[in-house]
Structures are given as C-alpha cells and as structure tokens.
Design a protein. Structure first.
Length: 504
C-alpha cells in the first residue's frame, strides 16, 4: 500500500534545465539589463545593447546541445505522461528562428535607440524573445497562451516606446486592442475545449477529441473554432490583418522588422501546434477554413501592396507591411495541406518561414540604413540608391528578388515551390492556382522597387549627397542576412529536403 509520503514524492517533477535553457537565458539577461540600467551612466548606455546581443548569442548557442530533439520536462508523473515542455526538432528550429530574428533586431537597434529609454527597450525586447522561444516548446494550452502573451505584451510597449510620437502611440493602441480581442477569443475557445475534454495537454487532447461525449461535441467544436480565430489574429491572416500596416509604420523600424518575422513565427508555431498536434480530429474543419484564409490573405496583401504610392511618406515600410500579410497567406498553405496530407507538410511552412525571416530582416536592415538620410522612407527615396550606396542597393535588390521568387534569389523560388507542391500533393489544386496568380501579381511591385534602385536621378532632382557614418551593428545585420541568403541560394536543395522532414 502506497504511503502518503510516497504518493507526494511521485508527483514531484524534475526539471531539465538544459532543455529550458534558451528561453530562460533570454529572460535572465533581460532582468540583468534592466537592473544594470540603474547603475550605468548615460554615456555608457550603448553597453546595454551589446549585453543584450551577447545574451541572445548565448541563448542561441544553448540550442546546439539539444540538437537530438529528444528532451521533455514538466511532465505528468501519472497516467498519460504528457509533458508541458518539449524540446523536439520543431521547437529547436523555431527557437533558432525567433532568437536569430531577435539578435538581428538588436543589431538594427544599437545606435538607433538614442532617443529611447535604453534599459526599458532592451528589457522588453529580451522578454518578448524569451516568450517567443518558450512558445514552440509549449505542449499544453495554458503554457501556450502564457508564452504567447509573454511574447506579445512587451511588443505593445515596444511599438509605442517613442515618447511624444502620436503615430507611435496610435499604432501601439491598435496593436494592443486587436491582440487583446484575439487573446480573449482564444481563451474562450481554450476554456470550451477544456470543459469538453478535461485536459489541456496537446497530446491528450488529440485522443480525447476523438471520443467527446455527444452532448459536448458542439462545445468542443466551438472551442476549436474560437481557438483558431484567436491564432488567425496573431498570424495577421485576413480579415484579421487590419492592425498590421499602421503598427509597422508607427513602430520604430527595428521593431517593425521584429514583428514581421518573430511575431509571425510565434503566431504560426502556435497555430501549427494546436492544429496538427492537438486538433487532428477536427482536420475536416480547420483544413478547409485555413485554405480559404490562405487564399484571402495572400490576395488582400498583394492587392494592397500594389496600391502603395511611391511618393507617400513611409511607403517603403507600408509596402513591406502589406507584403508580410501576403507572405502570411503563403505560410498558411502547407498548414492547410497538413489536414489532407499529414503533418509532414508542416516542413514546407518552416522552410518558407526560414527563407522569409532572412530576406525580410535584410530588407528592413537596408530600410533602416536609408532612413538615416531619408526619414520619410518613401519608395522614391530609394531611386538611384545604387549610385550612392551600391552594396546596399545590391543587397536590397537580392532580398526583393528572393521575396518575389526570382533568380538570383534561388532560395525564394525553391521555398515557393515547396509551398506550391504541398498544396498540389494535398489535392488543393484551386489553392495552388490562387497562389500562382498571386505570385505573378507580387512580381509587379517587387520588380518596380528593384528597378528604382538602379534608375538614374535627374541632376536637378538629386539631393546633395550627405554621408553619414553607418553603425557597425547595422552593417553587420545587412552582411549577415545577405550572406545567409546567398549561401541558401547556393544550396537550394536543402530547402526541398527540409520541407520533407517530419519535425514532430
């Protein structure tokens, strides 16, 4: 007969500190930076930025010992042995993406935070990165929602951190209100799912949703639908995308880059976990729904991007914002295909996300460089960039061609091929046709911007050339993203192989 002491001991869960090291390291460095800000004199505030960069590098390095992808912690010690934190291959790839994206954002921000409260800025960025790194490892709905909010809440403050800037405050308010609504809807859905199944662990949900009491089936279905609607907000899927352009334009440029990559990765990793891992029993519901959302999102994003005026203030950032909405549509395609062809299709979404993260951050890095001399950041400001900054112009042209899927951006072409083949293999021929049409439409605005880089500016219109010293971290961000894009374009078959890997 088991004694009370033995029963209590059996419920004690050991913690695998190495498994949770990446998000914990980012969170710990965030606290260190916040405290250090109290003692560092104003002249040495840039050291806080370099400390944040070092912390993100350390968090990335701690992913390497976990490469086998076989660690779990915070597990139930009775019954199903389900775990709340799992460091599998899916987790490690997404953690590398979000921490790498946060690292590049930090490089863009060093030297660009002179008018911002340094300690608060770096604390918020690292805190958001910690939540983003925790989310792909979350294997129960409670941890998933908490990680999502830890990633999102600091982002609200980062968007509105420019004191006295009306546009920044308005952007933060729109972002906050839309995200709060999404979270409320998601929490309502999670509560319905829990009421119908009696569990929050994703692996347990997959089995129990197959055998829900008929009296609770409507409740369970409503819970699944509401949870997916919440994640549709987070991924900026149409028609839940309305906050994106104004938020990107109002936020500091490095934070717009962060939201376009890390924010999107957070939303999509959560969506993948709830659909493929937790709700496979409802694949006949979320599969068609996500396919329609994918078609609508890519179409709305590309049509809006086409309508951007080159002479409008901040039109470059606005175009990148609408482009990111269209790219979200492409990313949704393999997730929808997973409902028909199995979870192996998820590899195509991750492969595309990795390509998109590299080239989109690179495009924002060049935009940050141009903004130093042209604060309006109009597309017209990029005309003739090759004559004044040839390397930056070549890098931006490469990034835009990757996003368009044209040579020499071979990585972009192959990434689009993997997404297209995922739709075809799943029998979603109509979605593949919609995607092909949208890719052709997107060529217009990507090529128009690329051509402007090499177009000569009439002498009477040319502004005086003013040379500004470019911060080394900004140069490093452009070089790193360009080098990564070139290397990936030199070995595009790696994308095809990665797309076929089962990450779970």
């Amino acid at each position: 007969m088991t004694t009370a002491a033995e029963s209590a001991t059996s419920l004690v869960q050991s913690v695998d500190w190495l498994a949770i090291a990446p998000p914990v390291t980012a969170a710990a460095v965030a606290l260190v930076v916040l405290v250090a800000d109290l003692f560092v004199p104003e002249a040495r505030k840039p050291l806080l930025g370099y400390g944040a960069v070092a912390g993100l590098v350390a968090a990335l390095a701690l992913i390497v010992p976990l490469h086998e992808g076989d660690r779990s912690t915070f597990c139930l010690t009775t019954g199903s042995h389900a775990c709340s934190y799992t460091a599998d291959h899916f987790t490690l790839v997404i953690q590398a993406l979000v921490l790498g994206g946060a690292l590049l954002t930090a490089l863009l921000s060093i030297g660009d935070t002179r008018k911002l409260p340094a300690g608060e800025f770096w604390f918020l960025l690292l805190s958001s990165a910690a939540g983003a790194a925790l989310l792909p490892a979350s294997r129960d709905l409670a941890t998933l929602v908490i990680a999502l909010e830890v990633a999102s809440l600091p982002a609200f403050a980062l968007v509105g951190i420019k004191r006295g800037d009306r546009r920044s405050s308005e952007a933060a308010l729109k972002f906050f209100l839309s995200s709060v609504v999404a979270t409320a809807v998601m929490l309502l859905g999670v509560s319905f799912v829990y009421a119908a199944t009696g569990t929050l662990h994703l692996t347990d949900l997959a089995g129990r949703l197959d055998h829900v009491d008929p009296q609770l089936s409507t409740l369970a279905g409503a819970g699944v639908a509401l949870t997916l609607v919440g994640f549709a907000f987070k991924t900026a899927a149409a028609p839940f995308h309305f906050w994106v352009p104004d938020t990107y334009v109002g936020a500091p440029l490095p934070i717009a880059a962060y939201l376009s990559v890390v924010g999107k990765a957070v939303g999509f990793s959560g969506l993948i976990l709830v659909t493929v891992v937790a709700f496979p029993a409802y694949a006949d519901v979320w599969g068609p729904a996500l396919a329609v959302l994918a078609a609508l999102t890519m179409t709305v994003g590309n049509v809006a991007a086409l309508r951007q005026s080159a002479s409008r203030a901040r039109s470059a950032v606005r175009l990148l914002a609408w482009s990111s909405v269209a790219q979200a549509g492409y990313l949704l395609v393999p997730v929808a295909a997973a409902a028909y062809a199995g979870e192996r299709r998820i590899g195509s979404t991750i492969a595309y996300a990795l390509m998109y993260a590299v080239v989109n951050l690179g495009a924002f890095a060049v935009a940050a460089l141009v903004a130093r001399t042209h604060p309006g950041n109009r597309i017209d400001d990029y005309r003739g960039l090759y004559a004044t900054r040839p390397l930056a112009a070549l890098a931006l042209a490469f990034f835009l061609l990757c996003l368009a899927g044209l040579p020499p951006g071979i990585i972009g072409l192959f990434a689009k091929v993997t997404v297209f083949s995922a739709a075809v293999d799943a029998g979603l021929g109509w979605l593949a046709v919609v995607m092909a049409v949208n890719v052709v439409v997107a060529l217009y605005y990507y090529l128009q911007w690329t051509a402007a880089l090499f177009r000569s500016v009439p002498e009477e219109e040319a502004p005086p050339v003013v040379r500004h010293r470019v911060p080394a971290p900004l140069t490093a961000a452009i070089v790193l993203t360009a080098a990564a894009g070139v290397v990936l374009s030199g070995a595009p078959q790696t994308v095809l192989r990665f797309a076929g890997v089962n990450l779970f």
